[in-house]
Design a protein around this ligand. Structure first.
Ligand code: FAD
Length: 454
């Protein structure tokens, strides 16, 4: 589908061309999730002609969130912690054909696995295409959100949002909204595990959040702890310049790795110069990199809202999205191991449908029961507690459920096919799976995906 065809159809009317807006929504953040939230909240669809006026409150001076690459680490020019975790040579781990929002494609001339600058440009183009810029307040950091009882409100509660202008940190502003949709991402606050002797290690220590480029590790011996997407990717990148790389993880060993990339189990303890692994082996290392994930952070939400994070589980969230006690409070993007943009697209559609009444939510007790059922199913399937929002193969059924309940648009079949294909290719050849371009032909049940070397 060409991007041009998706623009401004008769079924896609901007709310600001209609009467006085009814519901005012604060969207926190203007990364991929915040942008797609604006796109759906501020557009009337054929399902409902209700009017919503949403504004995104974004602390940075740009859209894109984590895709906005900066060489800097630590704090930005305004004293705020750097949000992005992108590194210089990153190529996406999903092909553009899978990664894209369903109604806005990446440029054809780009390869399948694109760089972070291409994704950043893509998100800026998305904002332009759907006319979102005017609905974003930049340099606006959300400091506090608290519920305000209001019997006249459709949801009995409205939300007082306190923001500060990051140019002038002291200057606060308060505004009341009918609903809040949090889109603040969860790859900005490093998680560092407790390891005996952690403080004694004298080598360089960094979390992947602050990793930017490989040359710092030239001819050194580096241990990388954690082998999820970033750990795998950075280990391979460092192997091309470092003397030795030790990838410490408890997964099945990855096949066909470079000769100087060694795989070890988890770290048992640290000495000043030596890193000990749990199988009794050890290595004298110059540097240790934690690729150990990130913390969710909702510290700007008032305690009385009862939103809590329990060892990576965000509670109490119905469908990983809606606060079970406050239907007009949602969070987009909590789930992990997903195709993010398409999932954000259906989550935004669903939130809109809740606000406009297209979706009637069950009562709080039933929503909590549903959430517990989902959690217990995961535990029964062997997932640990901290994977309460893990999706992987579950994501497509979840996406379809949300889209269908919202009478919205489903995630395309192609997204799932491409996800599965990439997943299998990565399993077989972690080193080489990005060195191809995909070509898609046919449609419906007859989709054919071929790949050619890049
Ligand atoms: P973010 O992009 O983090 O945006 C959140 C926004 O909220 C930011 O702009 C931030 O400034 C703002 N914000 C936060 N707090 C506040 C506040 N209090 N007040 C105001 N504004 C606030 N996904 C893929 O699809 N393919 C990939 O290949 C891929 N690779 C990745 C590689 C890395 C290293 C990382 C970290 C992530 C990768 N992802 C990838 C996942 C990526 O996180 C998602 O694609 C997506 O960008 C997440 O968007 P988001 O809007 O939820 O969060």
């Amino acid at each position: 589908i060409s991007n041009e065809l998706n623009k401004g159809t008769t079924r896609d009317i901007r709310t600001d061309t209609l009467m006085e807006p009814r519901l005012r929504v604060a969207v926190i953040g203007a990364g991929a999730a915040g942008l797609v939230a604006l796109r759906h909240l501020n557009t009337v669809s054929s399902n409902d002609l209700s009017q919503i006026s949403a504004v995104a409150l974004e602390q940075a001076p740009h859209v894109g969130g984590t895709w906005f690459y900066t060489k800097k680490t630590g704090n930005d020019d305004f004293g705020l912690p750097i949000h992005s975790s992108m590194y210089k040579n990153l190529r996406t781990n999903l092909p553009k054909e899978c990664m894209a929002f369903p109604d806005f494609q990446f440029p054809e001339e780009l390869p399948s696995f694109v760089g972070h600058e291409d994704v950043q440009k893509y998100l800026e183009d998305y904002a332009t295409h759907f006319d979102l810029w005017k609905d974003i307040k930049f340099h606006t950091k959300v400091d506090y959100i608290r519920p305000v009882s209001d019997e006249k409100s459709k949801f009995q509660t409205r939300w007082e949002v306190t923001t500060c202008d990051v140019h002038k940190l002291g200057q606060k502003q308060k505004e009341v909204f009918d609903a809040v949709l949090v889109c603040n991402g969860h790859y900005a606050i490093p998680m560092i595990p407790d390891i005996p002797g952690k403080e004694t290690f004298v080598g360089q220590v960094v979390h992947s959040h602050n990793y930017r480029e490989p040359n710092v590790y030239k001819d050194r011996t580096v241990v990388i702890l954690g082998a999820n997407a970033s750990g795998q990717d950075i280990a391979l990148e460092l192997a091309s310049v470092a003397k030795e790389v030790y990838l410490s993880h408890n997964k099945q060993p990855f096949p066909n790795m470079p000769e100087n990339l060694h795989q070890r189990p988890g770290i048992a303890k640290l000495d000043p110069e030596v890193i000990h692994f749990s199988d009794g082996s050890s290595v004298r290392a110059d540097a240790l990199m934690y690729c150990t994930g990130y913390h969710y952070d909702y510290s700007f939400v008032a305690p009385e809202v009862g939103l809590r994070v329990d060892d990576n589980r965000v509670m109490p969230l119905y469908k990983h999205l809606i606060h079970t006690g406050y239907p007009n409070f949602g969070i987009i993007g909590v789930c992990k191991r997903i195709v993010p943009f398409p999932m954000f697209d259906v989550q935004a559609q669903y939130f809109r449908a809740v606000l406009t009444g297209v979706v009637t939510l069950p009562n709080e007790e039933s929503m909590n029961e549903d959430t517990e059922r989902d959690y217990r199913q995961r535990r029964a399937q062997g997932l640990p507690h901290r994977h309460a929002h893990d999706m992987g193969p579950r994501q497509f059924e979840y996406n379809h459920q949300l889209a269908d309940s919202a009478c919205g648009r489903r995630v395309p079949v192609l997204t799932e096919l491409m996800y599965n294909k990439t997943h299998n290719m990565r399993k077989q050849d972690l080193v080489g799976y990005k060195k191809v371009n995909f070509c898609v032909s046919g449609a419906g049940d007859e989709i054919v995906i071929t790949c050619t070397p890049r």
